[in-house]
Design a protein around this ligand. Structure first.
Ligand SMILES: C[S@@+](CC[C@H](N)C(=O)[O-])C[C@H]1O[C@@H](n2cnc3c(N)ncnc32)[C@H](O)[C@@H]1O
Length: 239
């Protein structure tokens, strides 16, 4: 994937000399996990960066504890996390929380009048069809090779009570909207081991203002050891 274009002043920018990056050129483990998913998935430079970061964090989580994901859609990011757990010999379960019916109801915090917003905002306003809905059966089929996954179908935070006594080492949150994002942080951060990590997929996207609001509100009261904003969207924290 090489894309170049001329910017103001006549300079040419190569946005991605993708095949020349070491993490991809030798088919390294992170990239192999990204490309080996059995289900359908979208693809973009930003998503590649977030998912390669996710893979790296998942395989470099050394503290004890369970892994979890909130928001799996068809299971692409779940596959990447589970693959890293297998590669590193991690025996812990991977808990997956999702409605398996798509996004929950949109609230005013999730809407923006920013003119740079995309058709995603139109879809959120219309709310005439479920967005990002994949059935539990389809997800299980896509992830059949991973035997350590436990599914918790339901609207966040309904099923969190089932795991309230656990300690978590790594959590991926990709639920797009304000309310579930707020609820995920409120539940998982106090149960995250010291040195544990949370990656947040939807941070810094104009189309998902509710995510930034929930995260920023939470961080104001709960400063982590480290909070890193990824280039082109997404962020992670280390407790
Ligand atoms: C963008 S998709 C996740 C994409 C996935 N992480 C990936 O990278 O392939 C968002 C997911 O969040 C789930 N979701 C959103 N709000 C939810 C809620 N309140 N409760 C449960 N699941 C929710 C949707 O069902 C959907 O699967």
């Amino acid at each position: 994937m090489t894309t170049s274009y001329t910017i103001e002043g006549g300079n040419v920018i190569n946005t991605a000399l993708w095949e020349r990056y070491v993490p991809t050129a030798d088919n390294a483990v992170d990239w192999k996990a990204y490309t080996s998913f059995r289900g359908r998935h979208n693809d973009s430079l930003g998503k590649r960066i977030r998912m390669l970061n996710l893979a790296q964090l998942a395989r470099q989580t050394y503290v004890p504890g369970i892994f979890a994901e909130c928001g799996c859609f068809r299971g692409h990011s779940t596959h990447i996390i589970a693959t890293m757990m297998r590669l590193t010999g991690r025996k812990d379960p991977l808990y997956v929380f999702d409605s398996f019916q798509g996004l929950s109801p949109v609230q005013p915090e999730d809407l923006t009048d920013d003119p740079r917003a995309s058709s995603i905002q139109d879809a959120l306003r219309a709310a005439d069809r479920p967005l990002f809905a994949a059935s539990l059966d389809d997800v299980k089929t896509n992830l059949a090779e991973h035997t350590n996954i436990q599914y918790f179908p339901g609207w966040i935070p309904e099923r969190f009570a089932d795991v309230a006594d656990e300690t978590f080492a790594f959590v991926h949150i990709d639920v797009d909207l304000y309310a579930p994002m707020r609820d995920c942080l409120a539940f998982f951060y106090p149960r995250l081991a010291k040195g544990g990590m949370i990656q947040i997929d939807d941070y810094n996207f104009i189309d998902w203002p509710g995510c930034n609001k929930a995260v920023n509100e939470f961080l104001a009261d709960n400063p982590p050891t480290l909070f890193v904003q990824l280039p082109l969207g997404g962020a992670f924290l280390v407790k």
